[in-house]
Design a protein around this ligand. Structure first.
Ligand SMILES: NC(=O)NC1=NC(=O)NC1=O
Length: 174
């Protein structure tokens, strides 16, 4: 779909296609629909990150809490969304051995215990080893800094998901 088709979508159509660009948070797309027409993908991205960044900390934490753990319960039970399934699969979360799965479980639990929200990282941009390294590193962050870091990861995930729905302009001009 190109940006003109995006701008022609009804509210229902927009939420249908974009409702999961922020994991399990259709509210975000429902909110930014009011800002159409969008110039291009980065304009949509900018409105989404402006909306998220304008939320109070409780709202940002709420967005993080809508994300499934990496290699967590949802992955094991096959209840991940299509997008998360692809992302976690690509990051090697579906081929962990039992020791790696236990390590992820332990680190995720420690992180959640410390911050009160789950560890979120853009899985598509990180290898399995990098994810474990980041999780161990970020565990040491101050809460406020970690909340902002995690939200930046959400916007990276969102950007990749948007780019899989909307054709970049160049492709529609060729
Ligand atoms: N806790 C997470 O970071 N989850 C995820 N990151 C992704 O990129 N996809 C996910 O499901």
């Amino acid at each position: 779909m190109d940006i003109n088709q995006v701008n022609a979508l009804t509210y229902e159509g927009f939420v249908h296609f974009f409702g999961n660009v922020v994991e399990k948070c259709p509210l975000v797309s429902a909110a930014v629909w009011s800002s159409r027409p969008f110039k291009d993908i980065s304009d949509i991205e900018a409105h989404i990150s402006d909306f998220i960044n304008s939320l109070p900390d409780s709202g940002k934490e709420g967005i993080l809490r809508c994300h499934p753990d990496l290699a967590g319960r949802d992955l094991q039970s096959g209840t991940l969304t299509r997008e998360s399934t692809e992302e976690q699969g690509q990051a090697g979360m579906t081929t962990l051995d039992s020791a790696e799965r236990l390590l992820m479980y332990r680190l995720n639990s420690e992180y959640k215990e410390r911050f009160g929200f789950p560890f979120v990282i853009c899985a598509r941009l990180n290898s399995k080893a990098e994810i474990v390294r980041q999780l161990s590193q970020r565990l040491k962050n101050e809460r406020a800094a970690e909340l902002e870091h995690a939200i930046q990861e959400v916007t990276k995930i969102c950007s990749l998901r948007l780019n899989s729905i909307v054709l970049p302009d160049i492709q529609t001009k060729l």
